[in-house]
Design a protein around this ligand. Structure first.
Ligand code: UD1
Length: 355
């Protein structure tokens, strides 16, 4: 099951691995349609070589309850019709939760990719999605040791917890050559290491007064470094609804596909973000990342990797040029098992489990 932008990178390697073992596994791909713009969905499936979904549920946008309920209503008949031996969901979006609940109520085992992450902040919709999805999943696929601890503390059965590595990094490893050949920086006329990439889309930051503060602080950064900001539709709508002005040195772009986005990151001086997955991708690439959140469900990116938590404090964006000058990424490492082979380990677990 896939539904929203970050799902595609996490699920693509699993689909590829299941297809490699097509003598054993038949795969049915369901897209909930939570994200539906070409730039938020189709471009990723196409670039990552994911086959067209067998079912597109057309769920679209809505309140949390409406979106999750629509996933459940639309997915149930598909699961009844296809009667799978297992359903795989990834990450923490509303589609993940809706699909996991639907499957478990039909007594279909659920595999959760990226299980066990916790921000311990229940005001985040994703935290609720993570906690509930993990609670109803049979196979908990984990990518860092603290996530194992979180699950065991919540009472998960140890035999259901599998430390397999990071499928989002599988995608990065598989796509590395194409990312390096994409030439996005050159196309945009940017100097290597002369710009920062920005992504902001969390409701806590963009749906309230903090967005104007963030844009003003980006204007301060733009005096020293070009600021390149591919804008999520939620953020685009908030900027226009509030009439927020954008400093001349801040280049707003439409959402980018996977290759263009990662290509820009690889050549950047650093990244300013409130995303989850980007904290991991920058850690793998050794690119400094500054995260505009009070907490992270991915602490390994701070303790081992290149991530710095700035807090939910947009004014701190203005410190980024100084922080970049002080940042030493030499000591940063890639977490264990972030090696490009997580999906193989997941399918090995599945094969054992299904006998
Ligand atoms: C969702 C996830 C979030 C993830 C993010 C990545 C939940 C609760 N949130 O947030 O965890 O980090 O995806 O992007 O699942 N929209 C479009 N076109 C689209 C999709 C959305 O214009 O293809 C607009 C709509 O106005 C919509 C808004 O974006 O109302 C928000 O979309 P939604 O899927 O509700 O949440 P995201 O903010 O994208």
């Amino acid at each position: 099951m896939v539904g929203a932008r970050p799902n595609f990178m996490k699920v693509a390697p699993l689909v590829a691995e299941l297809e490699r073992r097509a003598d054993t596994f038949e795969t049915v791909l369901v897209h909930t349609g939570q994200h539906y713009d070409d730039g938020m969905s189709a471009v990723f499936l196409q670039e990552l070589g994911v086959p067209d979904p067998d079912f597109d549920l057309g769920v679209g946008s809505g309140s949390h309850a409406a979106q999750t309920a629509r996933v459940m209503e639309e997915l149930e008949p598909v699961l009844v019709e296809t009667a799978p031996h297992a359903v795989f969901v990834a990450g923490d979006v509303n589609s993940t939760l809706g699909a996991a609940l639907t499957a478990v109520k039909l007594e279909i085992p659920v595999g959760h990719i990226e299980a066990g992450l916790r921000s311990f902040d229940r005001s985040m919709p994703e935290e609720i999605n993570r906690v509930v999805t993990d609670a109803v999943s049979d196979m908990l696929f984990v990518h860092s040791p603290e996530a194992v601890d979180n699950l065991l503390r919540e009472g998960a059965e140890p035999e259901g917890v599998h430390l397999v590595g990071n499928t989002m990094i599988d995608t990065l490893v598989a796509m590395r050559t194409r990312i390096e050949a994409a030439g996005t920086r050159e196309r945009l006329g940017l100097r290597r290491g002369g710009y920062v990439v920005v992504t902001l889309h969390r409701p806590s930051l963009v749906d309230g007064p903090l967005l104007a503060d963030a844009m003003a602080a980006l204007g301060v950064v733009a005096r020293e470094l070009t600021v390149v900001f591919p804008v999520h539709p939620r953020t685009r709508a908030a900027l226009s609804a509030r009439g927020i002005s954008v400093h001349g040195g801040v280049e707003l772009l439409e959402p980018l596909g996977y290759l263009d986005f990662m290509s820009l990151v690889v050549d950047s001086a650093g990244v300013i973000t409130d995303s989850g997955g980007i904290q991991e991708e920058t850690t793998f690439l050794g690119i400094p990342c500054f995260t505009l959140r009070a907490n992270t469900e991915r602490p390994v990116t701070c303790t081992v990797g290149t991530n710095t938590l700035l807090g939910l404090a947009p004014e701190r964006i203005a410190d980024v040029p100084q922080l970049l000058a002080e940042t030493q990424t030499d000591g940063a490492r890639i977490p264990e098992l972030w090696d490009g082979a997580a999906a193989q380990r997941i399918v090995d677990v599945l094969a054992r489990r299904l006998g």
